[in-house]
Design a protein around this ligand. Structure first.
Ligand SMILES: Nc1ncnc2c1ncn2[C@@H]1O[C@H](COP(=O)(O)OP(=O)(O)OP(=O)(O)O)[C@@H](O)[C@H]1O
Ligand SMILES: Nc1ncnc2c1ncn2[C@@H]1O[C@H](COP(=O)(O)OP(=O)(O)OP(=O)(O)O)[C@@H](O)[C@H]1O
Ligand SMILES: [Mg+2]
Ligand SMILES: [Mg+2]
Lengths: 258, 258
């Protein structure tokens, strides 16, 4: 079953918020989902209500792979407050970027770790850090698809150009099956000229890769994170809930039509 | 003359936007300012109108220091469209994080590189990446002050806790003179309950370290970046201009009162 990364190196682009709420929407459609927190800042982990350093995290298992032992991510999975299954991150993951540099097969560790879990979930989502380092590379090498969330502004758009360059390199050398599933505009405000202009620019360059669903600015999405909940568990009448539900439907369509 | 870092690992916190516009406001008050782009994503460089890879960047000089040769950042400084002096970044800076790991004095390279420039400018501002890696560490070790911009939301606030932990470690082991000048709330909206709540939380914990000036949400700030200009050159009547002017005045007061 597909593995999907949420990635773009530009900070504050809605990667974490989209990982949680797209997954939660799919769970409500009866799909089983697993979330992987691949960011040492552990925002996904914190947003799902896990405030203390977890005893076992993606890092404990990564360390085993680095040492040439076999890992078992299944042991690390926690069921969070809102029912979403999560492989948490921890602050220790920060050293992984350095440790990984000289490890054989360093870009494929996530692929090996996730292989055993593929059959147990309908979808696995990986939340990536705001950097194109070894963790993002691992996520993309393990993934079938990547979704790129971004705000409709100048700097995020510059980030897209650089991301696409890396994406092609990874696809060519490390993971030919990697598919750019699409771009999702985040904190989108119809009345803001620049948001519409960036949307138009993306559509001219990437056509149907741009999701029609735009996630509107909605503080309820941030409030839900404070409560450790997805938007549907927190306030199912919020605009954020409508938008992520629509995104999930469009996501399923995109997967079918390929 | 003081060196000030704009730093917090949380992405999209207004580091780059604050570096440009706080510096520009000070320049309009007759101060000479130099900006350093310490982020491989080069957003500061792009936001000041430099779209092509610069021939010489902070990285070309950093490489010399790594090789044990003497660097000359003065050679790299460009005067940008809006008159702001900049040491640009480049995509190559991405490898610096790895190269620096095993270099003697690796946390002090920026200090050495900036020492010669201190006397030539009233203020030097360093824009940091969304990560607490070797570049941010170098910036903080070179700095007299750090300003932490952030949005009034849950995840940025979690980022503050982690940042403060690193800050104390750096102050203790590497740079006792490093002063936390203050926190600046970004994209602040008085009507949003969560923004006010986070502001209150910050004030209870850090008192007068929280700047009274809040930077309101103003798309003109993003548009200015698209034009390669600071907000005053782009639209001096914008709210963003008023707010950064007020921030600059408060910044000068804070430096005097210590
Ligand atoms: N549609 C939205 N409306 C309002 N706030 C939002 C929305 N989407 C995300 N946010 C908030 O904006 C901030 C940034 O979002 P988020 O953390 O998901 O981005 P990110 O790309 O994961 O950031 P980073 O690069 O730091 O990992 C968070 O505080 C989040 O709650
Ligand atoms: N007050 C504001 N009002 C509206 N937009 C803003 C404001 N401040 C910043 N922005 C926009 O928000 C986005 C994020 O800001 P910025 O790039 O300065 O944050 P950053 O902390 O430097 O991000 P990164 O972590 O990626 O380096 C940019 O597109 C910027 O133009
Ligand atoms: Mg995130
Ligand atoms: Mg920046």
């Amino acid at each position: 079953m597909p593995i999907i990364s949420l990635a773009i190196q530009k900070g504050g682009s809605g990667k974490t918020t989209t990982t949680i709420n797209l997954a939660a929407a799919l769970q409500r459609e009866g799909r089983s989902v697993l979330l992987i927190d691949a960011d040492t800042q552990a925002n996904l982990t914190q947003s799902l209500g896990i405030i203390d350093e977890p005893e076992r995290s993606v890092y404990t298992e990564l360390k085993k792979e680095i040492a040439g032992e076999s890992s078992d991510l299944q042991q690390v999975i926690v069921e969070t407050k809102s029912g979403l299954h999560l492989v948490p991150s921890s602050l220790e993951l920060a050293v992984a970027e350095l440790e990984l540099v000289s490890v054989y097969g360093r870009e494929q560790l996530f692929s090996w770790m996730l292989e055993q879990l593929r059959s147990r979930y309908d979808f696995i989502f990986i939340d990536c850090p705001p950097a194109f380092g070894m963790l993002t590379v691992n996520a993309l090498v393990a993934s079938d698809h990547v979704i790129i969330p971004l705000q409709g502004e100048f700097l995020p758009m510059k980030g897209v150009q650089s991301f696409i360059h890396h994406f092609h390199a990874i696809k060519k050398k490390l993971n030919p099956k990697l598919n750019l599933l699409g771009f999702v505009l985040i904190k989108f405000d119809e009345r803001i000229n620049m948001n519409r202009q960036i949307c138009g620019q993306l559509e001219r360059e990437f056509g149907s890769k741009v999701f029609h669903t735009h996630i509107r600015s909605n503080i309820q999405l941030a409030k839900a994170q404070e409560e450790g909940l997805d938007i549907f568990s927190f306030d199912k009448h919020a605009h954020g809930a409508d938008d992520y539900k629509a995104l999930a439907e469009e996501f399923l369509e995109k997967l079918e039509t390929g």
